[in-house]
Design a protein around this ligand. Structure first.
Ligand code: NDP
Length: 454
């Protein structure tokens, strides 16, 4: 394997950077550095750890525009999106900077003494992240892991390692050496090594369900803690009594945002049959109006796909003769472009309906009533996200409880907030990120009993 990794710019196919490609040796060295740094980081007074995390947040804040530009170029995402994402990176560090002093335990009434619990860090934690939201998803893992007193080794996706490497430099200016380590190398060597490494206590992974399954299996040999954020095939359920104009205006970016490369993409648009024709009329101008083009233009809403391979995979869901009802625009020439595409009417058993496409392809599926809407929404191995549009509040809550996903929104399509838990049911994953719950995934509960009777 080459010792150098060429990082491409998906909008131009040009080489953006050449960096050393890490291997197993570098992974082992990173784990050793993290292990050496762990006792000091763990023993630091919580208020001091909090102070350093706030200082790290200040450092990120000063580099926001630089990071946004790097992310936009490397991942091919619109600069306005990249700025929003870097804002979330900052917010995530600020949120968890408050956590070290709030890792609370319980006192539990028992006989013969005093019983109480404390939260202990796990040790060295490996973080394996994807290319769709490179630094954002890494931050969701890094910030709570560090706040809880762990040291970390981050393996970013080979396609998008640049913001992670820059982050490692920024962290190095503020945190003790070895607390944050980044290893940019292939998943099947570096990633695999981290999963198997006896000195790694936990793996937090975001990526495909196939790799997630393999990681869960491999982690079992050392009983590592595992958090998995995997694929999705989320439903956007629109009832006849919804504000159809609002639902139609919002639906396109809920699946075409980040060029559809979003585990929360609402790629199955379920519409009550009595209004489906009207919905399609309302939807069309919004799809056609999506500005697809240069990620660095302020007006761009959708960039290219991440790679030629991803474009081929997405194209396979729209073969000749596919029921394309609406197709937006995309530039010609270099770059991994794919126009926003809506399939309707589409067979319930079509691959495009059942599989995660991870590209800008939506299917519209009619349903008769509430029961059928829930049945279709749940007819998937996934359970990550979803939306419900209705003016009937009781129905909104009934359906929200009935849909088997970790995150749901009513009359909007937002999924992710720093302060609320995020994660999947079923084969969309295990565990929760963000919010107060993420800290549980980076610490163990210890129960201590102090005898008070001689
Ligand atoms: P992968 O799951 O292969 O990659 C995610 C991360 O895992 C990358 O850092 C990758 O490294 C690493 N990795 C790969 N193999 C191993 C391994 N055996 N052990 C440890 N780590 C490993 O996703 P892809 O990039 O291949 O994307 C394929 C599909 O996955 C997409 O089309 C989409 O459907 C889904 N996906 C879902 C995401 C989500 O947010 N839920 C994110 C990304 C993809 P490297 O990049 O170096 O190979």
């Amino acid at each position: 394997m080459s010792a150098t990794l060429q990082v491409l710019e998906p909008a131009t196919e040009a080489v953006l950077a050449e960096i050393p490609r890490a291997g197993v040796e570098e992974a082992d060295a990173a784990v050793a550095r993290a292990r050496a740094a762990y006792p000091g980081w763990r023993a630091m007074a919580p208020a001091d750890r909090a102070k350093l995390l706030h200082r790290l947040a200040d450092t990120i804040e000063a580099a926001l525009e630089e990071l946004a530009l790097l992310e936009a170029r490397n991942a091919g995402k619109p600069i306005t999106d990249a700025r929003g994402e870097m804002g979330m990176v900052l917010d995530t560090f600020r949120y968890y900077a408050g956590a070290p002093e709030r890792m609370l335990g319980d006192t539990i009434p028992v006989g013969g003494g005093q019983s109480f619990t404390v939260r202990e860090p796990l040790g060295v934690v490996a973080l394996i992240t994807p290319w769709n939201f490179p630094l954002t998803i890494a931050a969701w893992k890094m910030a709570p892991a560090l706040a809880a007193g762990n040291t970390i080794v981050l393996k970013p996706a080979e396609l998008t390692p640049l913001t992670a490497l820059r982050f490692e430099q920024l962290a190095g200016e503020v945190l003790p050496a070895g607390v944050v380590n980044v290893v940019a190398g292939p998943g099947r060597t570096v990633g695999q090594r981290l999963v198997e490494h006896p000195d790694v206590a936990k793996v937090a992974f975001t990526g495909s369900t196939a790799v997630g399954r393999a990681i869960a299996a491999d982690a079992a040999s050392t009983i590592k803690r595992v958090t998995l954020e995997l694929g999705g095939k989320s439903a956007n359920v629109i009832f006849a009594d919804a504000d159809l104009a609002r639902a139609a205006a919002a639906a396109p970016m809920a699946v075409f945002g980040n060029a559809g490369q979003d585990c929360c993409a609402r790629s199955r648009i379920l519409v009550q049959r009595s209004v489906v024709e009207r919905f399609m009329e309302l939807l069309e101008p919004h799809v056609l109006a999506i500005a697809v083009g240069d990620p660095l233009s302020e007006a761009t809403q959708m960039g290219p796909l991440i790679s030629a391979g991803q474009r081929d995979a997405v194209a396979s869901y729209v073969p000749d003769g596919a029921p394309v009802a609406i197709r937006g625009s995309a530039p010609d020439g270099p770059g991994y472009w794919f126009a926003p595409t809506v399939l309707f009417p589409v067979d319930r058993h079509d691959r495009a309906v059942g599989e995660e496409i991870f590209g800008p392809v939506a299917t519209v599926i009619p349903f008769e009533d509430e029961a059928e809407a829930v049945a279709i929404a749940n007819d998937t191995i996934y359970g990550l996200s979803g939306s419900i549009w209705t003016e009937n509040g009781a129905r909104a809550l009934r359906v929200a409880r009935a849909i088997e996903t970790g995150v749901l929104s009513i009359n909007t399509n937002t999924s992710v907030r720093v302060a609320t838990p995020f994660g999947g049911f079923k084969q969309s994953g295990v565990g929760r990120e963000l919010g107060p719950h993420a800290l549980d995934a980076y610490s163990e509960v210890k129960s201590i009993f102090y005898a008070t009777e001689g």
